[in-house]
Design a protein around this ligand. Structure first.
Ligand code: DQA
Length: 145
């Protein structure tokens, strides 16, 4: 089983970016943690980050037929991107939405996720652990259904 992890804009700055909100764990540290759990679950991973909306759209489109699931932290594009939502909807690969912070407990503009209706579910508010839970949810969705 292969799972594609996608990370949106500014997540390359994790570790130094607003540590009171996002913690001090870098994206590389998170990737290492996810890879360790994926090895236990015998899952293959691809783990990517882009600040470009179009690149994320391309990667989602290319996932069809190559990955059994996508786990995505679309970052700020969560709240703005019809293009990401349409790409997820178009390919039909089960997708899990994740966030480090609890977007519902923050500013009102973060409460709305444009991608949530086309994702299987949403995990938010558990810091770096949201990524592990996202991986486990993706495996669970594929194994059970
Ligand atoms: C985020 C939440 C978003 O609102 C924000 O724009 C991010 C990170 C999170 O992981 O908590 O960049 O997706």
């Amino acid at each position: 089983m292969k799972i594609l992890f996608l990370n949106g804009p500014n997540l390359n700055l994790l570790g130094t970016r607003e540590p009171d909100v996002y913690g001090r764990t870098t994206l590389a540290d998170i990737e290492a943690q996810v890879r360790a759990r994926a090895a236990q679950l015998k899952v293959e991973l691809d783990f990517r980050q882009s600040n470009q909306e179009g690149e994320l759209v391309d990667w989602i489109q290319e996932a069809k037929g190559k990955f059994e699931a996508i786990v995505i932290n679309a970052a700020a594009y969560t709240h703005t991107s019809v293009a990401l939502r349409d790409a997820i909807s178009a390919i039909g690969v089960p997708t899990v939405e994740i966030h480090l912070s609890n977007i519902h407990a923050r500013e009102e503009f973060r409460h709305k996720s444009l991608i949530a209706p086309v994702c299987r579910g949403q995990i938010c508010g558990f810091g770096a652990k949201s990524y592990i839970l996202g991986l486990e949810a993706a495996v669970y969705v594929n194994v059970i259904e």
